[in-house]
Structure formats: C-alpha cells, structure tokens
Design a protein around this ligand. Sequence first.
Ligand code: GAR
Length: 196
Amino acid sequence: PLKLGIMASGNGSNFEVVAQAIQDGQLNAQIQVLIYNNPSAKAAVRAANRGVEAVLLNHRNYKNREEFDEQIVQTLQKYDVEWVIMAGWMRLVTEVLIDAFPNKIINIHPSLLPSFKGVHAVEQALASGVKITGCTAHIACLEVDSGPILMQAAVPVLADDTPETLHARIQIQEHRILPQAIALAAYSSKTAFDKA
Ligand code: GAR
C-alpha cells in the first residue's frame, strides 16, 4: 500500500474521502498521519473517528515558513510517509517541503488551473464571470498552485451561485477525483516523473 501523509487546515472533507476510498478498497494505501495547522480543524476530529494519528503543527509557533516546513518534513519522515497529500492545506510551502518529497506531493485546488490560483479561487471564478470552473489535482512544485496536472473536473457556474453553493458543487468533483489522482500519480511516477 501507498504510505500517505495528509495535510489539512480545515474541514477535512478531502481527508475523509481518501480515508473512505481506502476503506472501500478503491485505493491501495494507508494514511500514516494527518498533519493539521489549526487547533480547531475539523479534519482532526475526522482523523480521531477513523483511528488515524493526527499531529497539530501550528504555524503560529514558528519563526518563518522554512522552520515550519522543517517540522512538517520531520513529522512526515517519522511516520514513514511516501506520498504527501495537501487536502485543503492553506499555507504556502517552501523548498524545504518540496525538496524533501520531490514529485511526491499532490495538491487539490478548487479551480481549473492555471486559472484562479491562491486562497480565494472560488470567489475569483465568480468575480471573473466564467461560466465553467472546476477543480484540479496536481503534483505540487514550489510555485503556488503549479506543477504537472493529474486530473481535472469541470463544474458549471450558475447564475444565482454564491461562493458557498459553487464551492459545494466543486467539492463533489474534488471528492471524486482526489482518490483517483493519488492512484494515478503513484502509477505515473514509476513511468513519467521519476526518470532515474
Ligand atoms: C478544498 O476545496 C480545496 O480544494 C481547497 O480548500 C478546500 C478544503 O476543503 N484548497 C485550496 O483552496 C488551496 N489553495 P476540505 O477541508 O473540506 O477538504
């Protein structure tokens, strides 16, 4: 099984669907650890309910992003993590994390990248007037919300959408593609990403 480390900042619905896909036998993996950065993140409750170890690393306790990422790397290594899944991770990451897991970090983002990078992707899509947006699962690299795209799904923007209703429709698609993208990445890495 793939040894996953999941990073989440909030609700953790994407953590939940990965855990469920494993339980249902749709993804041959195990979650070694959940790392969360907000003490009140519901993701931590979800982990506890599923018997997954959860580690709180509060970014507010670190001098800078690099020191924070160093602690994340140490934790991921301690739990013998092979693939890192950023499932609603709302912090910018540095080369400290990226270099420790080259081509082995997967991010899920609520837009059709390269459109609408950053933290307010759903609001940006609404404000721009696009009629179609969606979500992207991709291999993370240093530049935020960039890197090889694994899977995308399109979602229509409706005339009466609010950020909440649109995000809810996008999340249905995130939950469908994220477990598939993890399997695809693990398979592709043997052929495409790892050239050695
Ligand atoms: C997801 O929609 C994810 O795409 C987004 O945060 C949400 C987390 O939901 N991530 C970003 O915006 C990253 N820039 P969840 O906590 O329920 O999984």
